[in-house]
Design a protein around this ligand. Structure first.
Ligand code: GCO
Ligand code: MN
Ligand code: MN
Length: 397
């Protein structure tokens, strides 16, 4: 297959962008904006035109902080018209609990009960907005839930407060009868020096302690585990294996850098390939179903770009995903790859003995004539396997 056979993105690909991602105005800690804000209704129109399926938002990406009720209703009505006109949906919504100065020391974990109360109030209003727009996933990214002066609170207290807030908001969703699931997004640092529950694995453990664990999953982001040098694909796999991958934030990132939010597929092609392969289930479904939720690009165009560059960026994210999907399908269909990945022969019937402990199976394991020397000598041909993967990524096969 040539590159030209990659179809243009379509709604069925489930690609989404945030109002804050394509709407990013190119401000950074050292420099002023480099492009003008794009009106949310125009974003909807442009995203639909390039083949996206949905658009996600924080409450204040659409409704300015402090807007009156009538202003809010007017803005939301206009946005809903744009969504209907361009057949775009809002699969995910979230709350901005990080921009306002009141959240400078956290929202749900703040030491000040009034700040915590305001954060809950703001979240309930934003959940209403998400439900009104038809969202089925509600993300919590606790960007300010962390510390610099770490003696300010016992981290166990922070976790208890976080649990209290999520239990409270699950109660709210149930009370209102919304068909909404929560997805927790971990990040190790930035904007705080340290953010509580810094990885997807921390979040998965925390979810089991909630009052309604069935309502809560994760929203892992490529950049967040990669910043600190962790294997993102393994974290996503753990979430999938636990049926907790409710949403995903795709972007590009280099290890050891600040959160770069680069175009998906523009960094670390190996990891991007392995991620798409995992999400799409091209290696088969013996470990569970492929991911079928939204594919959200939480990234933004370089600061060097004008609006045209923003749409180049957005098209690039989707095209890279589709290219990698095709490469992953070809890789897993390659007869040489299939042979290298075939099950290891089990002439002693060991797999069956290990299914469940019993006295007899322990006896059988102890008695089995396992040929240690022969197994230890055997080369595994992973050099060949990995080179085949590289050749598929590079389009050489
Ligand atoms: C970041 C985060 C955010 C969140 C967003 C939705 O590093 O800034 O990734 O972009 O994903 O606030 O919750
Ligand atoms: Mn991020
Ligand atoms: Mn994110």
């Amino acid at each position: 297959m040539t590159n030209d056979s990659i179809p243009a993105p379509r709604a069925s690909d489930r690609f989404t962008f945030g109002l804050w991602t394509v709407g990013n105005i190119g401000r950074d800690p050292f420099g002023d904006p480099t492009r003008a804000p794009i009106d949310p209704c125009r974003i909807v129109e442009r995203l639909a035109a390039i083949g996206a399926w949905g658009v996600n938002l924080h409450d204040n990406d659409l409704v300015p902080f402090g807007a009156s009720a009538s202003e809010r209703d007017r803005i939301v009505a206009g946005f809903k018209r744009a969504l209907a006109d361009h057949r775009l949906c809002v699969p995910m919504a979230t709350t901005n609990l990080f921009s306002h100065a009141i959240f400078k020391d956290g929202a749900f974990t703040s030491n000040d009960p009034s700040v915590r109360a305001f954060a809950l109030r703001k979240s309930m209003d934003a959940i209403d907005l998400g439900a009104e727009l038809g969202a089925s996933t509600y993300v919590f990214w606790g960007g300010r839930e962390g510390t610099e002066a770490d003696a300010c609170r016992d981290p166990r207290e922070a976790i208890k407060r976080m649990r209290g807030a999520l239990d409270y908001l699950c109660g709210y969703v149930q009370d209102r009868g919304y068909a909404l699931r929560f997805a927790l997004e971990a990040k190790p640092n930035e904007p705080r020096a340290d953010i509580y529950m810094p990885t997807t694995g921390h979040m998965l453990a925390f979810i089991q302690t909630l009052a309604h664990p069935e309502m809560v999953g994760v929203n892992p982001e490529v950049a967040h585990e990669t910043m600190v040098g962790l294997n993102f694909v393994h974290g996503v796999a753990q979430a999938m294996e636990q049926k907790k991958l409710f949403h995903i934030d795709l972007n590009g990132q280099r290890i050891g850098r600040y959160d770069q939010d680069l175009r998906f597929g523009s960094e670390d092609l190996r990891q991007a390939f392995l991620l798409v392969r995992l999400l799409e289930g091209t290696a088969g479904d013996r470990h569970g179903a492929a991911y079928t939720g939204p594919l959200h690009f939480d990234a933004h165009a370089y600061r060097s770009e004008d609006e045209e560059g923003v749409w180049d960026f957005a098209r690039g994210c989707m095209r890279n995903y589709l290219l990698l999907k095709q490469r992953a399908q070809n890789f897993d269909a390659d007869p040489e790859v299939r042979e290298l990945l075939a099950d290891v022969p089990d002439p002693l019937g060991m797999a069956a003995q290990m299914n469940r402990y019993c006295t007899a199976s322990a006896k059988a394991l102890r008695a089995a004539p396992i040929d240690l020397d022969a197994i230890a000598r055997r080369g595994l041909r992973y050099e060949r396997l990995d080179q085949l993967m590289i050749e598929h990524i590079l389009g050489a096969r």
